[in-house]
Design a protein around this ligand. Structure first.
Ligand SMILES: Cc1cc2nc3c(=O)[nH]c(=O)nc-3n(C[C@H](O)[C@H](O)[C@H](O)COP(=O)(O)O)c2cc1C
Length: 166
């Protein structure tokens, strides 16, 4: 069967049908906090423990974050879509008015009110088209039970409701 050329717009639309959670990567770089929103977070490996996410090669925050070697992955709660948008902007003052505490190991920003956060050591960065694939090892993980996660689907933010529990 002949293949056809898939247009970027079709690709984006199809992948937009695949819901994900929303996380904010944070790091303390030269005493200045940096942060950016991602939805590409995936659990990769149990032994060793590894997560992966992808970062656009055009990211302005990533070079400084990568240089620290460690960062915090903050998994946003249902009521934190404003933070999701704020950290997806190029605003220089993304942390203004944002409540956070320093992580135990590297002193990186742990955002308040999330559903979970993990401090990670960056293990490697691999090429992935116009992104880079980052592998990171969690060195501290924390769940904050009783909160609902923020979900990203079809370019919009929403919530999650379980119909069945396995
Ligand atoms: C819901 C959502 C998910 C995103 N996921 C990613 C992602 O996984 N990787 C990425 O590089 N950018 C992602 N972005 C875009 C970045 O957050 C955005 O480009 C941000 O401005 C990057 O800031 P920087 O240039 O300071 O790095 C996402 C944006 C939104 C709204």
């Amino acid at each position: 069967m002949a293949s056809r050329t898939v247009e970027q717009v079709e690709f984006k639309k199809a992948l937009g049908q695949f819901p994900s959670g929303v996380a904010v990567l944070t790091a303390n770089t030269n005493d200045e906090p940096v942060g950016m929103t991602i939805q590409s977070l995936v659990s990769l490996s149990l032994d060793p423990l590894l997560v992966m996410f992808s970062i656009a090669n055009t990211s302005t925050s990533w070079p400084a974050m990568s240089a620290t070697g460690n960062l915090v992955i903050n998994v946003l709660a249902r009521n934190q879509s404003t933070l999701g948008l704020r950290f997806a902007s190029r605003a220089p003052n993304r942390f203004e008015g944002v409540a956070f505490t320093p992580s135990p190991s590297g002193g990186h920003p742990v955002l308040e009110g999330t559903v979970a956060w993990m401090e990670c050591r960056i293990v490697s960065e691999l090429p992935g088209g116009d992104h880079r694939i980052v592998l990171a090892e969690p060195i501290d993980v924390n769940c904050l039970p009783g909160r609902e996660p923020l979900v990203y689907f079809n370019s919009g933010f929403g919530g999650f409701r379980a119909d069945q529990v396995r």
